[in-house]
Structure formats: C-alpha cells, structure tokens
Design a protein around this ligand. Structure first.
Ligand code: NCD
Ligand code: ZN
Length: 335
C-alpha cells in the first residue's frame, strides 16, 4: 500500500471560532494530524490585545492538548507601540490586516493603510509578521486581489524589514506579485484554491460549501497556483484558511464565506501531489517552508498518510466539511 511519512505539519491559516465550537474545531485540527496552526483573530469581538490573545490561546490548548496554537491579533489604527510589545510578549507571532468589509467579521477592518503605518513600524521593530487579507473590497469580486497588489508594493518599500504574508493567494497576478517581491514576502496557499475554480462553485448548481473569500477564480489562476506549488518555491506554503460555519449559515439564503477544509486537507493534498508524481514535494510545503519563513523550529515527530480509501463524514458538529460524504483515496494513518 503506497504511503507517505512526513514531519508533523503546520497549517499557517485557520479559523477556530470561539466558545464550544472552538473546542470542537481545535480537536478536529489535532485529529487531522496538524502539529501547529496559525489561528486567525476574527472572532467576535476580535483578538486585539494581550489578554484576549492569552485567553484564546489557553482555551485552544485546553481543548486540544496535542495542538500548538500560534497566535495572531487583528491590527487596529489605535494600537500603540506598547500594545504591540505586549501582544508579542503574550505570544503573538503575527498581526492580521483586514481591509474594511473584506470578509467574515471584518467590519472593524482598515480603510486607510497609512493609518496603520505606526503600527506596522512597531511590528517591524518587534519582529512580528504581517498577514494580509489581500483584497480591495471596493473592486469587483473577481478583481479584488489584483487591485490590492499595489499596496503590497508600497508596504515593502515603506517597511523593508517587515515580513509579509499574502494570505490565501488566489490569482495568477497574486502569485506573480509574490514571486517578484523580496524574500521577506511570502504567500499561503489553500487547498481549495489549489484544487477548484469558480466553475466548481457556480458553473452548474451553486455549491455553497465552495463559497469563500477570496472567491475561487479561473482555470489559469488555478494553474499558476498549482505550478508554483509544484515548483517547490519556499515562498509558498500551506495555510488552509479552513473557515467553518454552522450548516444554517452556509445553506440558507445568505451564505457566509468560508470552507471547512480541516478534516480533509492532508488526504486531498496527498492525492494532489501523488496525481502529479510529486509526493516528494509535499513535506516541504506543509512541514518546512512556513516554519522557516516564520523562523520557528521544525516540528519533531512524523505522521503517516496511506493510500486507503476513507469516507468523509457528512457533518462535523453541525458543520459541513469539504467533500462531505465522499470517498477519498488517501487518509491519515491512525497512530
Ligand atoms: C473566513 C472566515 O469565515 O472567517 N472566510 C473565508 O471565506 N475565508 C475569513 C477569511 O479568511 O477571509
Ligand atoms: Zn481566513
């Protein structure tokens, strides 16, 4: 039976939500094989200070002792240098920039980038990474990422020592912009942008469980994402953007953006790499590049994936996962 043994992997972009749901999603992450996850701060209220960050981290650690949460906070224009110092001391490794209204719970997002320049200065000084939801919400849906990219340029010029991650890169232009940037600029790549296009979302019947921000794009965008991953470029590493919403928020008249990929991302990545004869690249993509970019030690220990069919549950705690009820060729071997 073909199998793959890799260093324990990291997911550099997840949403774990809060309260009882957070405990469930955190346990799902541990069960799915992840060693560390970078937890996005768009809870309600958002993670914006050291206390909130520590409480959130503790809640995740208590719920899922095997999982190491890496913490982020949401950047606000009102943050002072002292706030940033305290956030770092509390355990933050990154701050997240949400343009105003760009996605779920981004109503307190940033309107004017210049307004947060002092905060970015402090982040640069304290060695925190800037994670960006790189979309201009004022642009037409399909153009939002492309229209944001000019800001990526000006941020690099203004903060040459700041490490920047363009989160969930979804377009050929986004990939190109990161390739052309300094080594301090990287991108996370999700499972869904690697595998699907807008036709899967809405080319036939509408598939609400493929609706996310940034929206899935064209086959040529997907091709650019696949090629850069298969090229083994260390600027591009895995961040699932696993974003669970209760079933009624996905299947009702107003579908929330976000795809619950956590339970299936490792099996589907193994399938993706195997089908392209590139299983040897998977470990670097999920277990090395991100960790190196963030300057973290690599995880110790391994996980094993095996080519044994597994049927995805239809529902996890009232949340429909990607590929619900479908049979996948690869699964995580039980340890
Ligand atoms: C995310 C969520 O639901 O929190 N949704 C999404 O479509 N990706 C937010 C985000 O990362 O944009
Ligand atoms: Zn996200």
């Amino acid at each position: 039976m073909p199998s793959l043994l890799i260093r324990r992997p990291d997911d550099f972009h997840v949403h774990l939500r809060q309260g009882a749901a957070c405990s469930e999603y955190a346990r799902d992450a541990a069960r799915a094989g992840w060693a560390r996850v970078l937890v996005m701060p768009n809870t309600v209220p958002p993670v914006i200070d050291a206390n909130g960050l520590k409480n959130y981290q503790r809640a995740i650690e208590t719920a899922a002792p095997g999982l190491k949460p890496l913490m982020t906070f949401q950047i606000l224009p009102s943050h002072t240098e002292e706030d940033i110092r305290q956030l770092k001391q509390a355990g933050a490794i990154a701050g997240k920039l949400y343009p105003d209204g760009s996605t779920t719970n981004a109503e307190t997002g940033i309107r004017d980038l210049k307004a947060i320049y002092p905060v970015l200065q402090a982040m640069q000084q304290h060695g925190l990474v800037l994670c960006i939801h790189g979309e201009d919400p004022a642009a037409p849906l399909m153009e939002r990422e492309a229209r944001f990219l000019k800001h990526l340029k000006s941020l690099q010029t203004a903060f040459p020592d700041l490490k920047i991650v363009l989160e969930h890169v979804s377009s050929q232009k986004g990939v190109q912009a990161v390739l052309e940037s300094s080594p301090r600029v990287a991108a996370t790549i999700t499972l869904h942008h690697l595998l699907f296009t807008s036709d899967d979302l809405a080319g036939g019947l509408l598939h609400p469980h493929l609706f996310c921000k940034p929206i899935l794009k064209s086959p040529s965008d997907r091709k650019a994402i696949q090629e850069v991953v298969l090229s083994g470029n260390p600027k591009f590493f895995f961040g699932s953007d696993s974003a669970p919403h209760p079933r009624e928020h996905k299947e009702g008249p107003q579908c929330k953006a976000g795809i619950y990929t956590m339970p299936v991302s490792l099996p589907l990545l193994a399938q993706f790499f195997e089908e392209r004869g590139a299983l040897n690249i998977m470990e670097a993509f999920v277990s090395q590049f991100g960790s190196n970019f963030y300057g973290l030690p690599l995880n110790s220990g391994t996980i094993k994936l095996e080519k044994e069919p597994f049927t995805v549950s239809k529902l996890y705690h009232n949340t429909v996962p990607l590929m619900a009820g479908e049979r996948l060729p690869w699964r995580l071997a039980s340890s």
